[in-house]
Design a protein around this ligand. Structure first.
Ligand code: SAM
Length: 351
C-alpha cells in the first residue's frame, strides 16, 4: 500500500482536544523516525536593525522612527563567537534587517573569521540581496539561507507590504537553491485578515519550493506597527501548522521559533518540541543591540543556552553533535547519488 503524501485540511489545522493530540503525536513520531531524538542547536546573532523594507507586521520596518538603529561591531562579535560561545552550538545564524551595508562591513568578514577559527556551520537570514552578494556570502563559507516567503497569497503579501514583491521573493528562493544553497523558508500564522484558504496556500507553496527547511511563526503584534492592536496568533493554530509541515516534509529542518513562548508564555516553546521541531536557536546577540532588535515588543523572551538545554531535556530529546550545515550537505550529496541511476534510465529512454 502506498501512503498518499500528507496535505492539511482546515479542519485538521483547527483541531483541538484528542484529535489535536493525536495529530501532534503523529508529527512527533515522524520526526523521531527521521532524525532520532536529536535536535540541532544553532546560535543566532542579530547584527543590524536597519531595514529598507516596510512590512506592516514588523517592528524594524523603515517607517518606525522610534527605533534607535545600530549595526553590530565586528570585533565584538568575533571575540564573542570565537572565544565565548556556548559549547552546545554547532551552527550559527547571522540575521539582520534588509541592510546591504552590514552584509559588506560585518557579515562577510565575520563569516570568514568563523570559518577560519571554528567548525561552526553558517546560516544567514539577510533578506533579498543581489546575486553577487549571495555568491560572496556562499564563497565566504555560509551554506544555508533563510528566506521566508512570509505569505503565500500575492494580494495579501502586497497588502502587508511584505519585502519587495511576492514574485521577487520566490524568484530569490529558487535562485538561491539552484546556486547550491540549502534554503529554509516559512510563513506567519494568524496574521490579521489571513483566511483559511490563505493559510492553506502557505502549505501548497512550501510543497512546491526547493526547500531544506520550513518554519511557521505565530503573528505577534509589533509595537509601533500598523498592526499593534491586532490580536496575537493562536498558539494551537501555530502548533497545528508545525505538525502539518512536519508530516508534509518529513525530511525538513523545522525550528521551534522563540515567538512560540510569546504566543503561550512558559510552555509554547516546549509544545513546539513535541510537535515536529528538530532545531532550536540560542540567542547570542550582544545585549546593547538586542534591546533595539525589535520584531514584536521590547519584552522579548530570550532563549538562553540554559533555557534551551532544559527544554530539550524535559522533552526527552538530546542536543545533536552533528553540525546542521554538514548534515544538509551530506543529505544533498546522498540524494544526488541516489537519483543518478534513475536519471541515467530516463536519459537512455529519451535517446
Ligand atoms: N530581513 C530579513 C528577511 O527579510 O528575511 C530577515 C529579518 S526579518 C526581521 C525576520 C522574520 O521576522 C521575517 O521573515 C518575518 O517572518 C518575521 N517577523 C517579523 N515581524 C513579525 C511579527 N510581528 N510576527 C511574526 N513574525 C514576524
Amino acid at each position: 500500500m502506498i501512503d498518499e503524501p500528507f496535505f492539511p485540511t482546515i479542519d485538521i489545522l483547527k483541531s483541538r482536544g484528542q484529535a489535536q493530540l493525536a495529530f501532534h503525536e503523529r508529527a512527533a513520531r515522524a520526526t523521531v523516525e527521521k532524525f532520532g531524538r536529536q535536535v540541532f542547536l544553532r546560535g543566532v546573532v542579530e547584527v543590524s536593525n536597519f531595514c529598507r523594507e516596510n512590512c506592516a507586521y514588523c517592528g524594524m520596518r523603515r517607517d518606525n522612527r522610534g527605533l534607535a538603529r545600530h549595526r553590530a561591531r565586528l570585533d565584538q562579535l568575533a571575540e564573542l563567537l570565537v572565544h565565548h560561545r556556548p559549547v552546545s552550538i554547532t551552527d550559527l545564524n547571522i540575521q539582520a534587517g534588509e541592510d546591504p551595508v552590514v552584509v559588506r562591513e560585518v557579515v562577510l568578514p565575520l563569516i570568514k573569521i568563523l570559518r577560519r577559527e571554528t567548525s561552526l556551520g553558517v546560516s544567514v537570514c539577510l533578506g533579498t540581496l543581489n546575486r553577487a552578494l549571495y555568491h560572496e556570502l556562499n564563497f565566504a563559507g555560509a551554506s544555508m539561507y533563510i528566506l521566508k516567503f512570509e505569505i503565500a497569497d500575492p494580494d495579501f503579501y502586497a497588502q502587508m507590504a511584505s519585502p519587495g514583491t511576492f514574485a521577487e521573493r520566490l524568484e530569490h528562493i529558487r535562485e538561491l537553491a539552484a546556486a547550491g544553497w540549502n534554503v529554509s523558508s516559512g510563513f506567519i500564522a494568524g496574521l490579521p485578515g489571513q483566511t483559511g484558504a490563505g493559510l492553506l496556500a502557505n502549505f501548497s507553496l512550501a510543497r512546491e519550493l526547493p526547500l531544506a527547511g520550513c518554519s511557521v511563526s505565530p503573528f505577534i503584534p509589533g509595537e509601533e506597527t500598523p498592526l499593534a492592536n491586532a490580536p496575537i496568533a493562536d498558539i494551537d493554530l501555530t502548533l497545528n501548522c508545525m505538525a502539518a509541515l512536519r508530516l508534509m516534509g518529513t525530511h525538513w529542518i523545522i525550528p521551534a521559533v522563540s515567538a512560540l513562548n510569546l504566543a503561550e508564555p512558559g510552555i509554547g516553546y516546549r509544545r513546539g518540541l513535541r510537535t515536529g521541531a528538530n532545531l532550536v536557536t540560542i540567542n547570542l546577540t550582544p545585549p546593547d543591540l538586542r534591546e533595539d532588535y525589535v520584531l514584536y515588543t521590547r519584552d522579548r523572551f530570550i532563549m538562553t543556552e540554559e533555557r534551551i538545554l532544559s527544554a530539550i531535556e524535559a522533552e526527552g530529546l538530546k542536543p545533536s553533535r552533528q553540525c546542521l550545515a554538514n548534515y544538509c550537505q551530506q543529505k544533498k550529496a546522498t540524494s544526488t547519488r541516489a537519483r543518478r541511476p534513475a536519471v541515467r534510465v530516463a536519459e537512455a529512454l529519451n535517446r
